[in-house]
Design a protein around this ligand. Structure first.
Ligand SMILES: *Cc1c(COP(=O)(O)O)cnc(C)c1O
Length: 371
């Protein structure tokens, strides 16, 4: 199999840490806090200034690049990575397509600052993303499963059709991670992700990255980072790098438990359930074909805002919090932010708690809320 196309190996990622070390060097890479580096004379080819180079980001990027099978560029948040991807892709007068049901802040960025700079922004629902074709778009930004509604689009079909029209295809893979879905293998030009979520995994740091197999695009992303100054902090980069080493373990367990939760809750009458792994999901067949795992996010629709809040309050494992992907399960009623979902829709993020405790506790909380 092509070296860049195979699934990421957690074992190799763990092995990377010790590679190339001299005896007595620390096994974890050090946190290098340096605004400037020793740079005598006219020499180049080494680190000079902290906005351009940092060995701690480089270690993180090496690991992220391994997982993506691509060159990865780290940014201080998911939004910083998405901004970088859109800025390098677009010029004034270009048309950009984004999901109507995708990450809220991406839509605000597109309709606000990017529209002011002369980008024509259009939206389409994820479930019908390929309808109407892609003629005239310079960039197409997809998100599947979409956050928060968990709708799917066919990445390979969108990428083939959009690239045939000359568009750059950007995939936000935050909800899946490289262990769950590989958009670059399916034809996307660029992957962007909020490593704030499952990759960091402990709800204590923000980070993002963009990854591509196109060296010119990777160089453009690095240029944007250097010029805009949107650089990750070395300590934050170190934390995320450390977390990546358990990402596969956490992700598999979160997906295992989410499948068990979805199967159990599917038996509760009166509850709307949205999970790509359930046959009731409208794109279940596509999910099975495109995703290695079914993910750790579950959408629950309770009859009302009050019932949804009662469910969140009734389960002792649930943190009422925005964001997702942490080791602790969390839940949020997304309509509180104005997302286009029913008032009783809860986005549930399954964490690493033991399934034998979590599954019955969630079922009991749902039954209490519905009673
Ligand atoms: C959280 C999220 C982002 C933004 O990430 P930040 O690190 O909060 O900037 C982008 N896309 C999706 C799908 C997300 O869930």
């Amino acid at each position: 199999m092509d070296e860049t196309r195979r699934a990421p190996s957690a074992a190799e990622l763990l092995h990377l840490r010790g590679a190339g070390l001299a005896p007595g060097e620390p096994l974890p890479p050090p946190v290098v806090l340096a605004a400037m580096f020793h740079a005598p004379g006219a020499g180049t080819g080494h680190a000079v200034y902290g906005r351009t180079d940092n060995p701690t980001w480089e270690a993180l990027e090496h690991a992220l690049g391994h997982l993506e099978g691509a060159e990865a560029v780290a940014f201080p948040s998911g939004m910083a990575a998405i901004t970088a991807a859109l800025v390098v892709a677009l010029t004034a007068g270009d048309r950009l397509l984004i999901p109507a049901d995708g990450y809220y802040t991406t839509r605000l960025l597109a309709h606000g600052p990017l529209a002011r700079l002369g980008i024509a922004v259009e939206e389409r629902p994820t479930a019908r993303f390929a309808e109407g074709g892609f003629a005239g778009f310079r960039a197409v930004c997809l998100e599947t499963p979409s956050n928060p509604g968990l709708d799917l689009c066919d990445i390979a079909a969108v990428a083939a059709a959009a690239k045939a029209e000359g568009a750059l295809v950007i995939a936000d893979n935050t909800t899946m991670t490289p262990f769950g879905q590989r958009p670059l293998d399916l034809g996307a030009d660029l992957v962007v992700a909020a490593d704030t979520k499952a990759p960091a995994g402990h709800s204590d740091v923000l980070m993002g990255h963009a990854a591509t197999r196109d060296p010119a695009l990777a160089a453009a992303l690095r240029d944007w980072r250097r010029l805009s100054g949107t650089i990750p902090g070395p300590f934050e980069a170190w934390l995320v790098h450390r977390s990546l080493e358990t990402l596969e373990l956490r992700f598999q367990r979160m997906c295992d438990t989410a499948e068990a939760v979805a199967a159990r809750l599917a038996e509760v009458p009166g509850l709307g359930l949205r999970y790509p792994g359930l046959p009731s999901h409208p794109a279940h067949g596509l999910a099975r074909a495109q995703m290695a795992r079914m993910g750790f996010l579950i959408g629950l629709t309770l009859p009302s805002e009050a019932a949804a809040e009662a469910f969140i309050a009734a389960c002792p494992f649930l943190r009422p919090a925005t964001s997702f992907g942490g080791v602790h399960s969390s839940a949020e009623r997304r309509a509180r932010w104005g997302d286009a979902v029913p008032p009783g829709y809860v986005r549930l993020s399954i964490g690493c708690e033991p399934a034998e405790d979590l599954v019955p506790a969630l079922e009991a909380a749902v039954r209490t809320a519905l009673a």
